[in-house]
Design a protein around this ligand. Structure first.
Ligand SMILES: *[C@@H]1O[C@H](CO)[C@@H](O)[C@H](O)[C@H]1NC(C)=O
Ligand SMILES: *[C@@H]1O[C@H](CO)[C@@H](O)[C@H](O)[C@H]1NC(C)=O
Ligand SMILES: *[C@@H]1O[C@H](CO)[C@@H](O)[C@H](O)[C@H]1NC(C)=O
Ligand SMILES: *[C@@H]1O[C@H](CO)[C@@H](O)[C@H](O)[C@H]1NC(C)=O
Ligand SMILES: *[C@@H]1O[C@H](CO)[C@@H](O)[C@H](O)[C@H]1NC(C)=O
Ligand SMILES: *[C@@H]1O[C@H](CO)[C@@H](O)[C@H](O)[C@H]1NC(C)=O
Ligand SMILES: *[C@@H]1O[C@H](CO)[C@@H](O)[C@H](O)[C@H]1NC(C)=O
Ligand SMILES: *[C@@H]1O[C@H](CO)[C@@H](O)[C@H](O)[C@H]1NC(C)=O
Ligand SMILES: *[C@@H]1O[C@H](CO)[C@@H](O)[C@H](O)[C@H]1NC(C)=O
Ligand SMILES: *[C@@H]1O[C@H](CO)[C@@H](O)[C@H](O)[C@H]1NC(C)=O
Ligand SMILES: *[C@@H]1O[C@H](CO)[C@@H](O)[C@H](O)[C@H]1NC(C)=O
Length: 843
């Protein structure tokens, strides 16, 4: 750190010295400073235009997901051999130590490459301004030519950022960047504004170019060749912009030296050598006097409609013997602006050939063109009209839609954010606890929109992303290097869900909406889309991708992919035809599930959780086990879903990092709530609540009931102790339940709901107990000769009830992908205290 800082200071000092030597002297001593000429995406330095373009690493960069590409074929300049590709928002930070007008030049050349650069779509911004919006470089680069965007802007110390922002499902790229300070007085803050209406024009003062950005649209060497100047600016021929060519002819170039002002730190109209090179002032177009009728020359240049532009016109009479012999009229949009008269303009040098220029801010009309005309004044001694150079720069206004750049000076900016989220989190916990008693919570498929009471009504209005107790942790970091192979373009998801059409909506919650969709390959998926732009839930989003991309299990819902383009946080899962477990338990029109089916669902969920805790991926604590997070496929196979809150980390009994309690009220482990010490036994507790819910088919929190019955876990345990559990069982299954099966099941629930985590069984034990309860039920059913639909086991097998508790059942063995460890894990519960390592912090 210290070394880096010293290096940084040395760099600043060096830059300062360089700039001091070039800029603090009178500006006619100005030479283009060496900073910054960047050869993006390359490790090598390239000499071009008399400058060394160096690698990006001299800048402070904050790249999201990015890579570099190299052209295999011929490119017009070595600068365009490589490109930096940005797949998420990324920026370059330039260290700045002098106030002034800077030139920023961005080079884009879409060489053919795997990414197909010509399909890139992106915005580029600097603080307060969009430089490029939705730029479509294809239009410029399909002709083996580069797109060079050039801007003038005021920049002040200490640093300056250029940010590339890919549009959804696209990417950004850049081949080279130039940024350097311009000589003083190249641009004035105050110029003339020309306004016109009904062919009546007027000139007023326009103040404020320094608080805007100028983008070069045209820079023409009128009557001359293409040249470049000491500021590495290109001047192009004007031929293609003259609308009445027959009226114009070229004045032969001036062979001698143009007489620039010596004291060049002076605002116009006298030009200095940086205003425009002598190649520009030394050539001109004038009236072709042999054509009698048409008397004016008109240039029409494509510009943006109804936008302010800075129009700069360059004049230099290098052929008349003295000034004042030729003067002429200047018009913009056929409206007279002024008489160009080098004699009567006291500011213009009378010593010829004197170069001078006029600036006007003009609002373009809606023709798509800026029209400029010159016409001889018949009263002049030598009637003629001429023009030497023309520049049009678009005036870019500051835009509030540019996202604030929190990156620079982050320590100052991030503090209120952190404070805000901590305070917000505390308030939220409070609100959620209070309102938790009031909320009703159920998810319905097919008709989710009418089903407004699914929403925990007042809570989501508070801005919470989840119906969970939440702590104050807040994370805005870009996605870490998660499995990019799972990334799905937004456009595909829009197609899959009919652009998130209401008809596709299958669920709704504080996090956003869930849609049913059909991917291009025909796969039916569930698309969970976070509220766009809410910025809520990013850590949960990241965690879910990281956890789910690592694990596959028959009883864990599969992540098909995700989309993180810009403001979107979308997760795509396998579609679970039959919805949530809760959908089938209460507040539902769906048929009641038989007890055996319920047991099988519980066993499936237990298997999923057991795999999370002990399986190949290992050590993952779900933290939000509840009946709405257990989904059912078309065969009613249970899968555990929603891993947004899950935590994983190495076994570490030494460090209990407590970042706050998360989970859902009613399922939350009281021990975890008290101690903030997270173990897998918290999942066991929550699962115990789910088991009760399955048995009783009622909400875990039901405020409409008498006080002692509101909380299902408490009420259930009370009934169990009084041995009146029978009375609160779902009436629709009461008659099916075998008493032995019920006893086994309720014993399991009781163990799960133990106050002390160490007294609770492991998920492996729970799984065993549930299997056993199922066997008991099957045995009873078989004896009653009930019809048998289950294909995975036979009557004879299930009748051989395992007396030894550890004997695997048939259906356990049939789980090929289950990596259940058959050891006795409950005794090693001491080891299974997990430190609450945040996944993002582990990086
Ligand atoms: C600009 O001029 C320099 C010489 O002054 C030349 O080396 C360079 O190639 C020119 N650049 C362009 C883009 O024409
Ligand atoms: C740069 O200019 C701004 C405003 O014009 C001024 O507040 C600031 O002090 C200047 N900084 C330096 C280093 O000159
Ligand atoms: C590159 O992208 C453009 C525009 O999206 C498309 O027209 C073109 O076919 C693509 N080329 C290749 C080789 O994929
Ligand atoms: C690119 O060209 C197409 C077709 O000429 C046009 O519709 C589109 O507006 C152009 N895009 C830009 C950014 O100029
Ligand atoms: C490339 O651009 C030049 C000049 O703009 C034009 O004359 C030429 O036809 C273009 N070529 C292609 C293949 O578009
Ligand atoms: C790009 O600019 C447009 C226009 O302001 C804006 O709507 C869009 O959100 C921007 N996109 C990105 C990725 O910055
Ligand atoms: C000047 O006008 C004559 C007659 O109309 C025409 O022949 C000639 O080409 C014009 N000169 C130029 C440079 O256009
Ligand atoms: C055209 O040239 C003639 C002389 O050759 C001159 O008398 C006349 O004023 C010129 N007209 C213009 C418009 O320059
Ligand atoms: C200068 O302007 C005055 C009016 O302000 C005018 O009378 C005079 O003729 C002009 N002189 C020249 C050379 O244009
Ligand atoms: C320039 O001449 C054209 C005719 O060639 C005419 O229509 C137009 O109004 C003239 N423009 C000005 C500014 O006089
Ligand atoms: C300007 O408006 C005209 C129609 O009035 C339209 O044809 C043209 O495409 C527009 N130009 C731009 C750059 O939007």
């Amino acid at each position: 750190m210290a070394i880096l800082k010293i290096q940084h200071s040395l760099c600043i000092l060096l830059v300062f010295l360089i700039q001091f030597s070039s800029l603090q002297l009178p500006s006619h001593g100005y030479t283009v400073p060496d900073n910054y000429f960047i050869n993006c995406g390359s490790d090598s330095t390239i000499s071009e235009n008399g400058k060394n373009y160096v690698r990006e690493s001299i800048l402070k960069t904050s790249f999201g997901s990015s890579n570099t590409e190299r052209s295999e074929s011929q490119v017009p300049s070595p600068l365009y051999q490589t490109a930096r590709i940005f797949r998420s928002e990324s920026s370059y930070e330039f260290s700045i130590d002098t106030n002034g007008t800077y030139l920023v030049r961005l080079h884009f050349f879409a060489f053919s490459s795997p990414s197909n650069l010509s399909s890139a779509r992106f915005n580029v911004s600097v603080p307060g301004f969009w430089l490029l919006q939705n730029s479509d470089v294809r239009n410029y680069t399909n002709n083996n030519s580069a797109l060079v965007k050039e801007f003038y802007m005021q920049i002040s110390p200490p640093s300056f950022r250029i940010t590339f922002r890919p549009l959804p499902s696209s990417f950004a790229f850049v081949n080279a960047i130039e940024l350097f300070i311009l000589p003083l007085h190249l641009i004035s803050n105050i110029v003339s504004r020309f306004t016109y209406s009904a062919n009546i024009g007027s000139l007023n003062s326009y103040s404020g170019l320094y608080s805007r950005v100028l983008e070069t649209k045209h820079r023409l060497n009128v009557g001359g060749q293409r040249v470049n100047d000491s500021l590495l600016r290109n001047w192009n021929p004007d031929d293609s912009y003259i609308s009445n060519k027959e009226n114009a002819k070229n004045r032969s170039p001036y062979p001698g030296q143009i007489l620039y002002r010596v004291d060049d730190d002076h605002d116009g109209p006298n030009a200095n050598k940086f205003t425009a090179p002598s190649d520009v002032y030394g050539t001109a177009r004038e009236i072709n006097n042999s054509s009698a009728s048409a008397r004016n020359i008109t240039w029409a240049l494509p510009v943006d409609n109804n936008t302010d532009h800075l129009l700069r016109l360059h004049f230099c009479d290098y052929w008349n013997p003295q000034s004042g012999l030729t003067y002429f009229d200047l018009s913009i949009y056929d409206t007279h602006v002024m008489s160009v008269n080098d004699y009567n303009d006291t500011d213009v040098s009378k010593e010829l050939p004197a170069p001078y220029y006029y600036d006007f801010v003009v609002r373009s009309d809606s023709s798509g063109f800026m029209k400029v005309s010159i016409e001889p004044d018949a009263s002049a001694s030598i009637p003629n009209a001429f023009l030497n150079g023309l520049e049009i720069m678009k005036v870019i206004e500051t835009s509030s839609s540019v996202p604030l750049d929190l990156g620079s000076g982050s320590s100052h900016n991030s503090l209120p954010v952190v404070l805000g989220s901590v305070v917000g989190g505390l308030v939220l916990v409070f609100v959620v606890v209070i309102l938790g008693f009031l909320w009703r919570f159920k998810m319905r498929k097919e008709k989710p929109v009418e089903n407004s009471d699914w929403l925990p009504i007042p809570i989501t209005a508070g801005g919470s992303s989840h119906s969970r107790l939440t702590d104050g942790t807040s994370h805005g970091s870009p996605l870490p290097n998660i499995n990019l192979g799972l990334k799905i373009p937004l456009i595909d998801l829009q197609l899959a869900t009919k652009n998130f059409h209401a008809s596709q909506l299958i669920g709704k919650g504080g996090f956003g909406n869930v849609y049913k969709g059909i991917l291009r390959n025909g796969m039916i998926v569930a698309v969970k889309r976070s509220q766009p732009g809410s910025g809520q839930g990013l850590p949960e989003f990241q965690t879910e991708i990281m956890v789910l991309s690592k694990i596959r299990h028959r009883h864990l819902v599969s992540l098909i992919g995700y989309c993180d383009e810009r403001f979107e946080m979308i997760l795509v899962y396998e579609y679970m035809e039959k919805g949530t477990l809760r959908d089938h338990l209460y507040n539902t029109k769906l048929p009641s599930l038989p007890w055996k089916q319920r047991l099988e669902i519980c066993i499936g969920a237990a298997r999923g959780l057991h795999y999370l805790h002990k399986g190949a991926a290992g050590g993952i604590i779900h933290r939000d086990v509840k009946s709405t997070n257990i989904l059912l496929d078309e065969n009613l196979v249970a899968k555990v879903a929603d891993f947004g809150l899950s935590r994983s980390g190495p076994l570490d009994t030494q460090s209990y990092v407590s970042t706050g309690v998360k989970g859902t009220f009613g399922y939350l482990d009281p021990e975890y709530f008290r101690s903030q010490q997270l173990t897998e036994k918290s999942d066991v507790y929550s699962f115990g609540v789910v088991l009760l819910e399955v048995l009783c088919a009622r909400a875990v929190i039901d405020p409409s009931l008498p006080r002692d019955q509101i909380n299902l876990a408490e009420w259930g345990m009370l009934c169990k102790n009084k041995e009146i559990l029978q009375e609160i069982i779902d009436p629709s299954i009461k008659d099916q339940i075998d008493q032995n099966s019920l006893r086994k099941f309720s014993d399991t629930v009781e163990k799960c709901l133990q106050e002390d985590g160490s007294d609770r069984p492991s998920m492996g034990d729970v799984l065993w107990d549930l299997e056993y309860a199922l066997q008991l039920q099957r045995g009873a059913n078989a004896i009653q000769r009930e019809p048998y639909e289950d294909s995975s086991s036979s009557v004879s097998a299930s009748l051989q009830l395992p007396n030894v508790r550890r004997l695997p059942s048939l259906s356990t063995l049939s789980e090929a992908d289950d990596s259940i460890v058959m050891g006795d894990e409950s005794d090693s519960a001491v080891d299974s205290v997990f430190s609450q390592l945040k996944i993002d912090d582990a990086r």
